[in-house]
Design a protein. Structure first.
Length: 383
């Protein structure tokens, strides 16, 4: 039902685009027909990418995923810009209505205003998407985040966790980005690597090769993994088992004690917040059951909203992803409404939260205002 409602809404919004970009700017004839057909094809390819992009062999899916997802980004910005331009259109309504009856072949004020609005929206949307594509397809930057924890043994000071999230291997992101991420992480020489979900959009059969370079991740204490919501769309059980073959340790509502230079802390992980829909719910209490309460606890959780449970269970630091930093500004405003946070460092009393923007992207290969990142979290004792 949700997909039906969403599809209907998107179709209605495209009718608005058709009116502003095609109907208002052309006379009846070939130009209007071409514009209408082009918009219908763009919508069809976009729906194909959304419905089939993760259910089809990536070698085939990329042929419609690229144009379909790019149109989704263009559609997003065209819609926003045209809605903003409704304000000056409304302000100029009296000017348009005051136009004398046309006596020649020139453009009417109404058509001139419509074409001007369409041109501004088209150029701005294309520019934003072009810029955002270059950013999204570029290498992730490294963000360094020193975080002080109460109760942290001074012998653990300087412990560095390479935080990865939202790689989204699939029809567009493949082995090349995975290899690049591994090279960047290994160059940082971390003490541990944490992959906090949304690693994949597709099955093991289709994406095992794309994920294979993760076996080359190197750190003092190994690589740990928790599921994100997209693992559940992709067959989470097969991926939990597959990452083990890459030398990665899943933390499924469980914890381990990390001993570093004689000091210790608890590293825990929970399943994704939506995993209850697959009868595999997140359980922070179970993840921390039996832990030494004198040791600081670092929790890996895909979605920042888990911080409420983290606070209740005395977690010192939660590391999350999921938000993509908004990915397409100003979509970060909607992300903040749903998650409460977008990216960076937050405090909730004695519990701290760090949210990384992620190293990949979902859907459109576009990032505007939210470049991809790998975060290196450095643990420090609270002075």
């Amino acid at each position: 039902m949700f997909l039906v409602v969403l599809s209907s809404l998107v179709a209605l919004l495209h009718l608005y685009l058709w009116r502003r970009l095609v109907l208002d700017t052309t006379r009846p004839g070939p130009a209007r027909r071409v514009g209408t057909v082009a918009l219908v094809l763009a919508v069809a390819v976009m729906f194909a990418a959304l419905a089939l992009g993760t259910r089809t062999d990536p070698a085939v899916a990329r042929w419609f995923a690229w144009p379909g997802y790019l149109w989704l980004a263009v559609f997003f910005y065209l819609l926003l810009i045209l809605l903003v331009l409704e304000v000056p259109r409304l302000a100029l309504r009296s000017w348009v209505r005051a136009e004398p009856e046309p006596t020649g072949p020139g453009l009417s004020r109404r058509t001139l205003l419509a074409r001007g609005s369409a041109a501004v929206a088209g150029v701005a949307a294309a520019g934003l998407v072009g810029y955002g594509t270059a950013v999204a397809m570029g290498p992730p930057t490294v963000t360094r985040a020193p975080i002080a924890l109460r109760r942290l043994d001074p012998r653990v000071a300087g412990f560095r966790i390479a935080l990865l999230s939202d790689i989204h291997l699939g029809p567009i992101i493949g082995r090349d980005l995975t290899r690049r991420i591994v090279e960047i992480v290994n160059a940082e020489r971390p003490d541990a690597v944490a992959i906090v979900g949304d690693l994949v959009d597709g099955s093991v059969a289709d994406l095992a090769d794309a994920a294979a370079p993760l076996a080359d991740l190197r750190s003092t204490h190994g690589t740990f993994f928790v599921t994100g919501n997209h693992e559940y769309y992709s067959g989470y059980a097969q991926w939990v088992e597959h990452v083990r073959t890459l030398g990665i340790t899943p933390l499924r509502n469980a914890h381990t004690v990390v001993t570093h230079h004689g000091g210790r802390f608890v590293l825990a992980g929970v399943n994704d917040a939506t995993a209850y829909q697959w009868q595999d719910p997140a359980d922070v209490g179970a993840a921390l059951r039996g832990r030494d309460p004198e040791l600081p606890a670092v929790l890996l959780a895909h979605q920042p909203v888990d911080v409420e449970d983290a606070v209740r269970h005395g977690v010192d630091l939660q590391l999350s992803g999921h938000t993509h930093g908004g990915q397409l500004a100003p979509f970060d405003l909607a992300v903040r409404l749903q998650q409460g946070v977008v990216g960076g460092h937050y405090s909730y009393g004695d519990t701290q939260l760090y949210v990384t923007r992620g190293a990949g992207f979902w859907g459109p290969p576009v990032r505007v205002g939210a470049p991809p990142e790998i975060t290196v979290v450095e643990l420090r004792p609270l002075r």
